[in-house]
Design a protein. Sequence first.
Length: 254
Amino acid sequence: MEILHSKIIGEGTPLLILHGYFGMGDNWKSLGNKFGKNFQTHIIDQRNHGRSFHSPEFSYDHLVEDLAHYIHYYNLEQVVVLGHSMGGKTAMLFAVKYPLLVAKLIIVDIAPRYYQPHHSDILRALNSVDFTIQNSRKLVDQKISELIFDPITRAFLLKNVYWKEKGLLAYRFNLQSLTKNNEEVGKALPSFTTFTKKTLFLSGGKSEYITKSEIPLLKKHFPEASIQTIPNVGHWLHAESPDIFYELVMNFLK
């Protein structure tokens, strides 16, 4: 079994950071460097993302087993897992399946509920690119802007475009597998699963991923959960408000 690609910074208690859908560990570089002053910080690329291996199989069960394999490979114990969005779903399922390996859990702007698939425009836009025609970042941006109007979302996606060889761009993520398995990303945490150690849920004040109505469900799965909201930020709260984000995580981990 292949090992997930990661960047490891610092020493101390292992802190494992899991990015969201279409993301990669590099999105967490600045915060990872800060956390690395206090923790052995592992910024991980999940399968079919970043520099990790590509596979036709993609589900939370696969992502969890990849993480378990990674932890055993590096001989880690009592890890703190921090996951954003899709990475938060991976972290939740990992914690309920392998509670003895997890000391604390931090979930960023995602709840354990089912989410309707809502990435169809992004997938259509990404699949519309022909790298033999769109042979520069500018042309890729122009092409995906036909369906994705938000420049921040486009900039986030364009971080995945790299020079595969001279004159030919490609995506770092496995677009074929993500397109085929898109429905997997919204799946709920299985009912009757619980993680009884300290858990922090962080939400963005402008985001709709965690609402007040979800609090009973959070408490059912994570009875020791505390919930903090960062005002005036959306789904990428760690990028929009990194200082407050860092402070809230550090206060929780002290």
